[in-house]
Write a protein that binds this ligand. Structure first.
Ligand SMILES: [Zn+2]
Length: 222
């Protein structure tokens, strides 16, 4: 005796419904990936204040080994910032080998705080054209992702000195004083450590900060 075709379909459907896997559990937080433990170890050895973060990966924006940095060995940060471990290492070198000695030499004092305006940020590169288009409400389609979206960039607005004053890129870049000289020397020497260095000399979008990144492009624009 054979079962009818509709009945067979019903039986199969019920069977497969019963065998269906249960609803997937809610996504668990991603574990901290550590593809570059030598880098994390290096940050610890160099006494960088940081916390490893879960891997960031969304769209084109991703960081395999992000860390949240709140300060280097010689100077704090005005607020924590998320960067790749490799970038954290480069910024630490920059603070120790560029900022600190130039501050001593030119200003005769210590930098106690790096004042940054942004680190990781999932966004496209801002150009004068794209910013003007966005201001006209045209959105910012196209364009390539900023190195900020890979945790490979930092925007530095200034440096707080031991006497409590702040050397500001916006206020002090231009001019003939020692503060300007300090910033100019820092920017010039940054090109030995970062692949891209953009300053107020580059365009109006950088009038108030130094953009430093370790992305694949090369531009020393001090
Ligand atoms: Zn930037």
């Amino acid at each position: 005796m054979s079962i009818s075709r509709p009945l067979a379909i019903l039986v199969l459907t019920l069977a497969s419904a019963c065998a269906a896997p249960p609803a997937p559990p809610p996504p668990r937080p991603q574990p901290i990936l550590d593809p570059d433990s030598a880098c994390l170890r290096d940050l610890r050895d160099r006494r960088v204040a940081f916390e490893p973060q879960a891997a960031i990966g969304a769209g084109g924006c991703s960081i395999a080994n992000p860390v949240k940095v709140s300060g280097g060995a010689s100077m704090g940060w005005n607020r924590p910032g998320v960067v790749s471990c490799a970038m954290a290492r480069t910024v630490e070198t920059f603070e120790a080998q560029v900022v600190a000695p130039i501050a001593q030499r030119v200003l005769g004092q210590r930098v106690v705080r790096l004042v940054h305006m942004g680190t990781y940020d999932c966004r496209n590169r801002r150009t004068e054209t794209s910013v003007a288009a966005a201001a006209r409400g045209e959105g910012s389609r196209g364009g390539r992702l900023s190195e900020h979206s890979r945790g490979q960039a930092i925007d530095i607005g200034g440096f707080e000195l031991a006497d409590g004053s702040v050397v500001s890129v916006k206020k002090d870049w231009k001019g003939a004083g020692k503060r300007s000289e300090f910033l100019q020397q820092v920017a010039r020497a940054s090109c030995d450590h970062f692949n891209v260095v953009l300053t107020p000399n580059h365009n109006r979008l950088h009038a108030d900060h130094l953009h430093l990144d370790i992305g694949p492009h090369r531009l020393c624009g001090y």
